[in-house]
Design a protein around this ligand. Structure first.
Ligand code: NIG
Ligand code: FE
Length: 432
């Protein structure tokens, strides 16, 4: 059944148009192409017109009469936010480690003593599919209420073929059933299992010879990620894993230079990764190589905030020509948040980004980081009608009033799934 939606009188309709071919860089990250008294018409889940209210009302009178009307006066309409880096599917929480860190233990100390990623791996291995599905579904609901309409989700808390596949299958089932779109990444190389610490290369061999072919055969992931960090996977091991994934059509991503400078940014450029994520300690040369090779920098300031670390140098990176996206890194250890709006605020206050740049970084550049820029990330004719309406008078207020959820309405594929800030029952099922 054809269903239309007409949004009118937006104080600002933030289109973020003009960057579908290539991610926005430098000054391009500050061009939001806002329309005042803006309007948008969508039919069958796709955007068919964007412009001023008056302009669209004159041209599409018939279509508008049949459409559901949404008055966005006094509000900001933007592309649905996109979170390009999450560890969505996992079991449990780690508030005990948070308390330990507050007393002075480091993230890596805890991991090296068998906690951290290993603790969540044990919980996730023990959890059955139903538990993982329910926990992750709750997180998706919260993401949606907070204005996010697409998330990337990584495996990496299974660390055996069986349990990595279990995690990815949960993502796949959620993608089939929940209105949220989920883009899956295989991350078998998230940690060397405790019992294999003595021989990490044997584990790397298994990721390459067993896990990657099985994940690819079952079509469970589009991307392949690795935690390249001292004490986890070396740049050489990371390179082998990412190159092996390429043979099976998995596009490389990399957790790079999070805790120490370790050549992760350089490796991302060398293997042609779509993105390198974290980059807190990336070298200037690594950033230059990434910019040259059009690798996107996915920055995760929630992680720096939560680990009480130095923030990535977003200002410098953008000025050097790197396309930057922002993400929550949602996970139970280093960034237990589901609020991309808070991340936008951190982008401005802690990394020197402008309010315009943080919007570009959570819409079109985030879409590029997960290979979806043709479908989502901007309000342009032909794109999926994924739209967030914020109850703020202008987009500056989004990153100015912090620590709160400004979302009024969320539209996913042309369907209202959050209204007056509340999740609608239709949000629980995909209707496409
Ligand atoms: O991106 N650094 C590696 N992985 C995650 C943390 C995962 C965890 O602590 O459970 C990250 O920070
Ligand atoms: Fe991560």
């Amino acid at each position: 059944m054809s269903e239309s939606i007409f949004i009118k009188h937006a104080a600002q309709l933030v289109t973020v148009s003009g960057h579908t071919e290539n991610p926005a860089k430098r000054d391009g990250m500050r061009e939001l192409n806002c329309i005042e008294d803006g309007a948008l018409l969508a039919t069958d889940g796709k955007i068919i017109a964007v412009g001023t209210t008056e302009g669209i009302q004159t041209k599409y009178e018939n279509e508008i009469n049949q459409a559901k009307q949404i008055n966005a006066s006094g509000k900001v309409v933007s592309p649905g936010l996109i979170d390009p880096h999450t560890h969505l599917v996992h079991a449990g929480t780690r508030e005990n480690e948070y308390a330990m860190r507050l007393k002075g233990k480091t993230y890596m100390d805890i991991m090296n003593q068998g906690g951290g990623i290993h603790a969540t791996t044990r919980a996730t291995q023990q959890a059955d599919v139903d538990q993982l599905y329910q926990e992750s579904k709750q997180r998706l609901d919260t993401f949606l209420v907070n204005g996010v309409t697409t998330v990337e989700a990584k495996s990496g808390y299974g660390l055996t073929t069986e349990h990595e596949i279990k995690q990815l299958e949960v993502s796949q089932h959620l993608n089939e059933n929940h209105v949220m779109d989920i883009v899956s990444t295989f991350m078998g190389a998230h940690a060397v299992p405790v019992e294999e610490k003595a021989n990490p290369d044997a584990f790397v061999d298994r990721v390459i010879s067993e896990m990657i072919p099985e994940v690819a055969k079952r079509k469970l992931a589009q991307f392949n990620d690795v935690f390249c960090e001292r004490g986890v996977f070396t740049p050489e091991q990371s390179r082998r894993i990412l190159e092996a994934g390429k043979e099976f059509g998995l596009i490389p991503k990399i957790h790079a230079d999070e805790i120490e400078p370790y050549g992760g940014a350089e490796l991302a450029a060398a293997v042609g990764a779509v993105s390198a994520d974290h980059l807190l300690k990336a070298s200037d040369e690594g950033i230059r190589q990434m910019a040259d090779q059009d690798v996107i920098g996915v920055l995760l300031p929630g992680t720096a905030f939560f680990l009480m670390a130095e923030f990535a140098q977003a200002r410098k990176m953008i000025d050097q020509g790197l396309a930057v996206a922002l993400s929550t890194d949602a996970n139970p250890g280093s960034s237990p948040t589901l609020s991309l709006q808070f991340i936008m605020n951190l982008g401005c206050l802690k990394m020197g980004m402008t309010p315009e740049e943080v919007i570009t970084a959570t819409t079109i550049n985030a879409a590029h980081a997960i290979g979806r820029a043709n479908q989502i990330g901007s309000l342009e004719i032909g794109k999926q009608a994924d739209i967030t309406i914020f109850d703020v008078p202008n987009y500056l207020t989004l990153s100015y009033q912090y620590g709160m959820n400004h979302v009024d309405t969320v539209i996913k594929c042309g369907q209202v799934v959050v209204e007056d800030g509340n999740l609608q029952t239709r949000a629980l099922k995909k209707v496409r």
